[in-house]
Design a protein around this ligand. Structure first.
Ligand code: GEK
Length: 244
């Protein structure tokens, strides 16, 4: 299949509709995420590296808000422990349908991956050694975030990890502006026009709510994680790893 380019916000829109993970987005998703999230490919590869180090024999790895399953495929390629399984969850039927097609094409089926179409809030997290929230928590209403992180902590085995990647906000307006501008420059350098950047931003405004790194770290601590490390940051995109 030829690579499809994201041009969803290229034409002026009369009415801005809140962003949805529908068929149009799914068709261009790999292009969209790579051109929009600085370091996405590197984060995915290193989720594989982290999973190889922390996956425990006989345990489960969860990829919550998996989209097309990129993080699950990276984990599957790297994990070298017996009796592991990966559970990949997304509530967009179009994402899961396409993700299952891509999974079926993955030629080295080592660790089994089960793709589930469900609200991640309703999926039990049990016997887990690795939990991935790769740019997903930002779509969960802020008031529900602590309960989710607590549930993940409870479902993790001792020594298990949560990998949390997010678009982040900054409390000082000057720093917020600095990182936001650089992110927009990154998008422009990847071929997005100013119109596309501003229309996408408006569409995401109500559905994606970034928080500061301090807020994420406090929540991780409140949920019981004794430490969290920032292992990646580029502009206003960051990834933390918290160990139980
Ligand atoms: C990747 N992790 O490529 N339950 C399940 N899925 C959800 C929920 C929910 N309540 N809310 C949002 N999603 C992926 C990228 S994308 C990030 C993650 C982005 C799903 C939503 O359907 C979408 O597929 C995903 O979370 C967020 O590594 O597009 O910015």
């Amino acid at each position: 299949m030829t690579k499809k380019t994201d041009a969803i916000y290229a034409a002026p829109l009369q009415e801005m509709i809140d962003f949805q993970f529908n068929e149009r987005v799914v068709a261009v998703f790999p292009d969209m995420i790579q051109r929009s999230v600085p370091g996405y490919g590197m984060i995915i590869s290193n989720i594989g590296i982290l999973a190889a180090k922390y996956a425990q024999a006989g345990s489960r790895c969860y990829d919550l808000g998996c989209s097309l399953g990129a993080a699950s495929l990276a984990m599957r390629q790297r994990i070298n422990q017996p009796d592991c399984g990966i559970i990949a969850v997304d509530n967009s039927p179009a994402m899961i349908e396409r993700g299952r097609e891509l999974l079926a094409r993955d030629s080295v089926p080592t660790v089994p991956v089960t793709m589930v179409c469900a609200d991640l809030q309703e999926v039990a997290i049990e016997n887990a050694s690795v939990v991935v929230l790769n740019f997903t928590l930002q779509f969960i209403p802020p008031a529900q975030r602590l309960a989710l992180i607590q549930r993940i902590f409870a479902g993790l085995k001792p020594g298990g990890i949560l990998i949390l990647s997010e678009k982040i906000a900054f409390s000082e307006p000057g720093r917020q502006h600095f990182h936001e501008e650089l992110h927009h420059d990154f998008k422009r350098a990847n071929g997005y026009s100013d119109l596309e950047i501003s229309q996408k931003r408006s569409a995401l405004e109500k559905v994606m709510i970034p928080e500061t790194l301090a807020c994420h770290r406090e929540r991780l601590q409140a949920a019981g994680f004794s430490s969290s490390d920032l292992w990646f940051q580029c502009f206003n995109f960051a990834s933390l790893v918290a160990i139980k």
